[in-house]
Design a protein around this ligand. Structure first.
Ligand code: ATP
Ligand code: MG
Length: 427
């Protein structure tokens, strides 16, 4: 077990070695349920309002969300890059977005020689400027690049925990095309890829592609909105949930769709993704052209696609948590199994731990001595792994290990000889 390596180097961890501890109380200034639970369970550490650090457990959740997105973006032909946090003023001047009156979330600073620099709130212009140095002719297109990056935004309010950070992780992707048709086709492909991502996060059923404002080239952009009481947006959905419209464009969108807005009901929701078609508007502003097959210079068609990685983590906590704690969907849980050894003699639990490791099961092992059973149970509920396995004198007397799903009230006794097969069947 490599505790100090990159998280994917270990599939298992002893809780006695984990430096984070659970807490009874969240910081008193923390009002959001997602952050309260994540801090109490030791997934996140609050640095200041809207600024959170992530512990080994929290990092594993974020890495799992990212890995799902990475797989779907790679399948759609995206190539992963990483941009910089420091940006040039000139990068944003061409589109008018250096101006604080246009973009009101900028953090800005100065180099020693007084050169102004921006701290990345977005990478749209920055990535396009970089792509311009590589993409010259129609032969270089289409191209699609994406990254996972920390965005810094001086948000006015930060009361939604990790759902609205002043520092947060986003996946942003940009696609470049020679024609509108090609852009449209790719855009639809990414809509499908996004749907797969939200399904894999476990929030597919409550996430809708909505008409939203902010389209530069088309009238609307598309947002992915997840129904969630803690969300800051309002979504209008019809009964069979086949139409979903953002409040801000309700009149416009219902007019466009030819539907009566009284059939739509408001629900609270969180924006977990946003995609735009820029067409040639941005490339014309920035001077990003390609040479077509006849040798003529033409502006590149552009679209951009964002997913709020840390916001998704917050939304999942908000949606599934119960009064005992977090409930992770198996796909993004830091570990699939939380193994609890109770009592002083942990020889049997140690053996099960090793068996689970050998079988390739991701397992967090509560091997702490001197901690009461009740406290271990409470911690397991707070931490929220999908499956809890208890090895105690009593469970052994009853015939093996007690196995319980996080949302079940009763566990079942599984003989130790069947335990691995049983766990593998569940996950
Ligand atoms: P919002 O309307 O919530 O302020 P936005 O429209 O400014 O978000 P985009 O620039 O579209 O955000 O960013 C893409 C995605 O990044 C959003 O759909 C959202 O999921 C996420 N996101 C945006 N701002 C934040 C933030 N402050 N904290 C966490 N995630 C965010
Ligand atoms: Mg948006």
């Amino acid at each position: 077990m490599d505790l100090f390596g990159f998280p994917w180097h270990y599939r298992a961890m002893r809780q006695s070695q984990l430096f984070t501890k659970t807490r009874k109380e969240a910081p008193s200034d923390e009002v959001a349920k997602n952050a309260q639970l994540l801090i109490r369970a030791g997934y996140a550490y609050k640095v200041m309002a809207g600024v959170y650090a992530y512990t080994p457990l929290g990092l594993r959740v974020l890495e799992k969300i990212k890995q799902i997105v990475r797989e779907e973006m790679n399948t759609a032909g995206g190539q992963e890059i990483v941009m910089t946090s420091l940006q040039k003023k000139s990068t944003w001047e061409g589109t008018g977005r250096w101006d604080d009156a246009v973009v009101d979330v900028w953090f800005k600073s100065k180099l020693k020689d007084d050169t102004e620099v921006g701290l990345a709130w977005s990478h749209e212009e920055a990535i396009l400027e970089m792509m311009q140095s590589f993409i010259k002719s129609y032969k270089d297109l289409p191209a699609s690049v994406y990254q996972f990056q920390t965005k810094l935004r001086n948000e006015l309010r930060a009361k939604s925990g990790i759902m609205r950070g002043r520092e947060f992780v986003m996946k942003d992707m940009y696609s470049l095309h020679t024609t509108k048709e090609d852009m449209d086709m790719y855009y639809d492909k990414i809509i499908d890829a996004y749907k797969k991502c939200y399904e894999r996060f476990g929030i597919g059923e409550s996430t809708f592609v909505t008409f939203a404002s902010g389209g530069a080239f088309t009238k609307f952009s598309h947002e992915f909105q997840t129904i969630c009481d803690a969300g800051e947006d309002v979504l209008y959905v019809n009964e069979d949930q086949s139409v979903a419209v953002n409040e801000e464009v309700l009149d416009d969108a219902t007019h466009e769709l030819g539907i009566d807005k009284t059939v739509l009901k408001p629900v609270k929701s969180a924006e977990v993704g946003n995609i735009f078609k820029f067409g040639t508007e941005k490339s014309e502003k920035m001077g990003i052209y390609f040479t077509d097959s006849e040798g003529a210079q033409r502006p590149i068609y552009l679209a951009s696609y964002g997913i709020g990685i840390t916001r998704v983590m917050g939304v999942v906590v908000e949606k599934f948590a119960d009064d005992k704690g977090i409930v992770w969907p198996a796909s993004i849980a830091p570990f699939q199994v939380h193994l609890l050894g109770l009592g002083e003699d942990m020889a049997d639990a140690d053996r099960v731990y090793q068996d689970l490791i050998d079988a390739g099961v991701e397992v967090l092992y509560d091997d702490r001595t001197g901690v009461m059973a009740g406290e271990k149970f409470a911690d397991a509920d707070l931490l929220g792994m999908p499956t809890r396995i208890v090895i105690s004198k009593r469970s052994l007397e009853n015939g093996g290990a007690e196995v319980k799903g996080r949302t079940r009230s009763e566990g079942e006794i599984v003989p130790l000889t069947n335990l691995i097969a049983h766990v593998q069947k569940t996950h």
